[in-house]
Design a protein around this ligand. Sequence first.
Ligand SMILES: Nc1ncnc2c1ncn2[C@@H]1O[C@H](COP(=O)(O)OP(=O)(O)O)[C@@H](O)[C@H]1O
Ligand SMILES: O=c1ccn([C@@H]2O[C@H](COP(=O)(O)O)[C@@H](O)[C@H]2O)c(=O)[nH]1
Length: 283
Amino acid sequence: MAAENLCNGTVNGRMRTSEGKTPFLIGVAGGTASGKSTVCKRIMEKLGQVDVDQTERQVVCISQDSFYRELTPENKLKAAKGQYNFDHPDAFNEDLILQTLQDILAGKKCQIPVYDYRTNSRTDQYITIYPADVVLVEGILVFYFPEVRDLFHMKLFVDTDSDTRLARRVIRDINERGRDLEQVLKQYMNFVKPNFEEFCLPTKKFADVIIPRGADNTVAIDLIVQRIRDFLFNRARGVINPHTLSSAQSSSASAAVSATSAASSHRPAHRTGSGDKQRTCLH
Ligand SMILES: Nc1ncnc2c1ncn2[C@@H]1O[C@H](COP(=O)(O)OP(=O)(O)O)[C@@H](O)[C@H]1O
Ligand SMILES: O=c1ccn([C@@H]2O[C@H](COP(=O)(O)O)[C@@H](O)[C@H]2O)c(=O)[nH]1
């Protein structure tokens, strides 16, 4: 099938080239442990991108967590006890997120810091993000900063019940992030829950597509994957660029990608609105 060939890096035998082209930028927000990374992983899997070499990927995923600010020694001690607020917008380096996404949109190769949750800090390593056709950016507050939010061509919000999220977070943080139960629960009650309600949940209104139940919602994921395939298929033929992909132009997964005119600026037409226009809620 042509779309699958596209995701393997060729179209009718021709090699793709993403350098210098504006990628289709997709933001994936949602509360902690809602399944943002898992949804992105499913999308990558369905597009056959997981086993593709980093340098060759057409679809790549980055995490907002790479952009946490460096902590002072005093705050590092707090973080080790679950007493640092990683869920407030100030914990992130907004300027670095913005600059990185602007570079990605300019089709440039970027270096992204590698974050280590066990030490609550960046490592001294960087991962190289090569120019790609589609870039997924996941994180609790990717829609919080207006300038960052306005860069996305499509905005997804993973909407998972908060009990489920807490249960998953406890297991994940103990098994994968080196925490103990008391620390996880204290951090959750003191910082994670109140900041989710104050800063993350209100950004749901900016989403174009809300995905209830996260990765369990295969219907929603299939629709999003189809939209990405359509984009790749049409781009390879020079039919569209991401600026024509505003969801304001279509409420179906595939209709918008056939648009050939309309928005020519970096920002899709509805970007600064209330987010209520054409939002598709996939149950
Ligand atoms: N649909 C699901 N069913 C069961 N476990 C899930 C599901 N989605 C995610 N998880 C698990 O929940 C935890 C958090 O998921 P993750 O995708 O990392 O969330 P987020 O990126 O939003 O923090 C992980 O351990 C993951 O394996
Ligand atoms: O050093 C850190 C950095 C972040 N956190 C917590 O992680 C989540 C965000 O990651 P998700 O994968 O979306 O859950 C956020 O709620 C922070 O509280 C941390 O504990 N330590």
